[in-house]
Design a protein around this ligand. Structure first.
Ligand SMILES: [Zn+2]
Length: 323
């Protein structure tokens, strides 16, 4: 039998960790925790990393975990990153591994992201003798809130010794067995805006004596939508979502204050001021081509088709859009 290529070897090993990845994903899914309180999640990850023989750092950015796979004679460090937190959303299904934490669920799929990264750890431990770089596995807390755990992890030096970093996010619009790549920013960077409109209270029958903040809020909401159409380069994806509004307390009087709490998601790094200085961790053109070529080779072997898709920007907003 001819020698296996490294790609074939990786695919064979990947088949071997199939059940492990599913088991870990379901465990995380059953026990979801929101940002910065991922204590069980953090301890499960740390235990797994220790069991797999990695050096483990815990308590980074509160609940973050880093596993280090030292490689003999390594030149440089490459990092892989997954997010850990769940969302404050009630899960409505009856799966055997349904969320056990009332009102919290892994609705964004970070359970899968963590399980895949642990799978990658397992796989790379088996390939350790062939690795040329030291590998850092970064489990980041609190991706869902702004500014999130990434900023804290960077401030605590997690990336100081990292030469390249890669991350992925599960995407239900892409068929299983395939993955998507995109040039430039792939995920949105999120900003949060709170607007308070101060009016002058009064009775609904005498609007001329009041300054009605509810009407002003309605105009502001519509005007904000023209930022996208009038102020932003049409070739730059951008979305401004007004996610919460409150104002007034009764049907027949205008109150003095209306409060809007729009979420602002901006896909363009040029328009969105990064929350930390952006280091050039993005995949360069050369590396992207290289990655696509290797991916095709590897995946053709397994699936008999080209699994690499160009993707549209997903309709989501994430703090990692800044990195
Ligand atoms: Zn997510």
């Amino acid at each position: 039998m001819q020698n296996k290529t490294l790609t074939q070897e990786i695919l064979a090993l990947a088949q071997g960790i199939h059940d492990y990845v599913i088991q870990m994903r379901r465990d995380f899914h059953k026990h979801p925790e929101t940002g910065f309180v991922e204590t069980r999640t953090s301890s499960v990850i740390a235990d797994e990393l220790k069991r797999l023989g990695l050096q483990v750092q815990t308590g980074i950015a509160t609940t973050g975990v880093v596993g280090i796979l030292d490689v003999h004679g390594a030149s440089g460090t490459v990092a892989f990153r997954a997010d850990m937190d769940a969302l404050p959303i009630t899960e409505e299904n009856e799966l055997e591994f349904k969320s056990q934490n009332e009102g919290v669920s892994h609705a964004c799929g970070h359970d899968a992201n963590m399980a895949m990264l642990l799978g990658a750890v397992k796989l790379m431990v088996q390939l350790k003798d062939k690795l040329k770089r030291r590998v850092k596995f970064i489990f980041q807390p609190c991706e869902e809130q702004h500014p999130g755990g990434a900023k804290l992890m960077v401030e605590q030096g997690v990336l100081n010794d990292v030469d390249e970093i890669y991350g992925l996010h599960i995407e239900p619009n892409i068929a299983s067995g395939t993955f998507g790549l995109r040039a430039g920013a792939t995920m949105a960077a999120t900003d949060r805006i709170v607007i308070t409109i101060i009016g002058k209270g009064g009775h609904a029958s005498t609007p001329h004596l009041c300054v009605d903040p509810v009407v002003i809020a309605a105009e502001v909401i519509l005007a904000i939508q023209t930022i996208h159409s009038r102020k932003v380069n049409p070739l730059s994806p951008c979305v401004i979502s007004l996610c919460q509004i409150s104002g007034g307390t009764t049907f027949n009087a205008s109150r003095y204050c209306s409060r809007g709490n729009p979420g602002h998601s901006d896909y363009s790094l040029a328009q969105s001021k990064p929350i930390i200085p952006v280091r050039d961790f993005s995949v360069s053109d050369f590396r992207r081509d290289d990655l696509q070529r290797h991916s095709r080779q590897g995946q053709d072997y397994r699936y008999g088709k080209n699994p690499v898709q160009g993707i549209e920007i997903p309709d989501a907003a994430f703090d990692r859009g800044n990195y």
